[in-house]
Design a protein around this ligand. Structure first.
Ligand code: NAD
Length: 258
C-alpha cells in the first residue's frame, strides 16, 4: 500500500529535504509552501519522477485555517488518506521583546504553532478511522531551550512540543503516533538570511557568525543536515516506530545536553 504524506513548508530547506526522503521511499506526497510557481512545479516534477508514488502541490497559506482545512481535504480526496502529516512550515524574526513587531509575533505564532493545530484537527479523524497515522511536528532545539531575541519563535516551538504530547495521549489507542523533532542549526534559507545582519550587528565576518554565533551552542560544531532530518522523519513514519510517541527528539549535535 502506498502511504500518503502531507509536508507543510516543503518548497525549501528542511521540508524539501524531508520530501526527498519520503520520495525515495515511494510515498505519495502533498507538497506545500510559497515560492516561484515555475520553481515549485520543477520541484514537484523532480520529486514525482523520483518517487514510486505521486507528488502533488497545494499552496495553502499556513496563516489561514480555511486554506489549511482545504489542504487536508484535497489530499484525502486525491489520495484517499493522509497517513503522515509533517508540520514543518515556519518563519523567524529576531528582535528584543519590547521592540518585537506585533505583526511578526502574530505571524510566527500562526505559522509555527497554530497551523499544526489546524492540520491535526483536520487530519486526525481520518487517521483514527483507519487505525494508522504518523504526525511529526518540526519543532526546534528552541522548543526545549531559549535564546534571547527570539520570543515569538521560542514561544511557538515550546507550544508545539506541548501540542505534540497532548495529541499523542489522545491518539495513543488509535495507531496514531505524534512526535516532535527538535533540530539544532541547519544551513537553510531561514538561517542563511540571519547571517549577514548578524555579521553587521556584531562587526564580524560571516564565517565567524557561523562558527562563533550559530554553532557556539552546538558541540559537534557541524550544522545538522536536511538528509539527517529526512531519515529521522522516515523512521518515525515506519512500523518500527509504532511505540515511539509523545517525544520531543533533539537532533542538534548535543546542544540541549549542555
Ligand atoms: P525555510 O525558510 O527554508 O523553509 C520554510 C518553508 O515554510 C518554505 O517552504 C516556506 O515557503 C514555508 N512557509 C513559510 N510561510 C508559510 C506560510 N504562511 N504558509 C505555507 N508555507 C509557508 O526554513 P527551514 O529552515 O527549512 O525551516 C523549516 C522548519 O524547521 C521551520 O519550522 C523552522 O522553525 C524549523 N527549524 C529550522 C532550523 C534551522 O536551523 N534551519 C532549526 C530548527 C528548526
Amino acid at each position: 500500500m502506498t502511504r500518503t504524506a502531507i509536508i507543510t513548508g516543503s518548497t525549501s530547506g528542511i521540508g524539501l529535504g524531508i520530501a526527498e526522503a519520503f520520495a525515495a521511499q515511494g510515498f505519495n506526497i502533498m507538497l506545500n509552501g510559497f515560492g516561484d510557481a515555475n520553481e515549485i512545479e520543477a520541484t514537484r516534477a523532480d520529486l514525482d519522477a523520483k518517487s514510486a508514488g505521486t507528488v502533488a502541490y497545494h499552496g495553502a497559506d499556513m496563516t489561514k485555517p480555511d486554506q489549511i482545512a482545504d489542504l487536508v481535504a484535497t489530499t484525502e480526496a486525491q489520495f484517499g488518506a493522509v497517513d503522515i502529516l509533517v508540520n514543518n512550515a515556519g518563519i523567524q524574526h529576531v528582535a528584543p521583546v519590547e521592540e518585537f513587531p506585533l505583526d511578526k509575533w502574530d505571524a510566527i505564532i500562526a505559522i509555527n504553532m497554530s497551523s499544526a493545530f489546524h492540520t491535526i484537527r483536520a487530519a486526525l479523524p481520518g487517521m483514527k478511522e483507519r487505525g494508522f497515522g504518523r504526525i511529526i511536528n518540526v519543532a526546534s532545539a528552541h522548543g526545549l531551550v531559549a535564546s534571547p531575541y527570539k520570543s515569538a519563535y521560542v514561544t511557538a516551538k515550546h507550544g508545539i512540543v506541548g501540542l505534540t504530547k497532548t495529541v499523542a495521549l489522545e491518539a495513543a489507542q488509535h495507531g496514531v503516533t505524534v512526535n516532535a523533532v527538535c533540530p539544532g542549526y541547519v544551513l537553510t534559507p531561514l538561517v542563511e538570511g540571519q547571517i549577514p545582519d548578524t555579521a553587521k550587528a556584531r562587526g564580524i565576518t560571516e564565517e565567524e557568525v557561523k562558527r562563533d554565533v550559530l554553532l557556539a551552542a552546538q558541540p559537534t560544531k557541524e550544522f545538522v543536515t536536511v538528509e539527517q532530518l529526512g531519515a529521522v522523519c522516515t523512521f518515525l513514519s515506519s512500523e518500527a516506530a509504532a511505540s515511539v510517541t509523545g517525544i520531543a527528539m533533539p537532533v542538534d549535535g548535543g546542544w540541549v545536553a549542555q
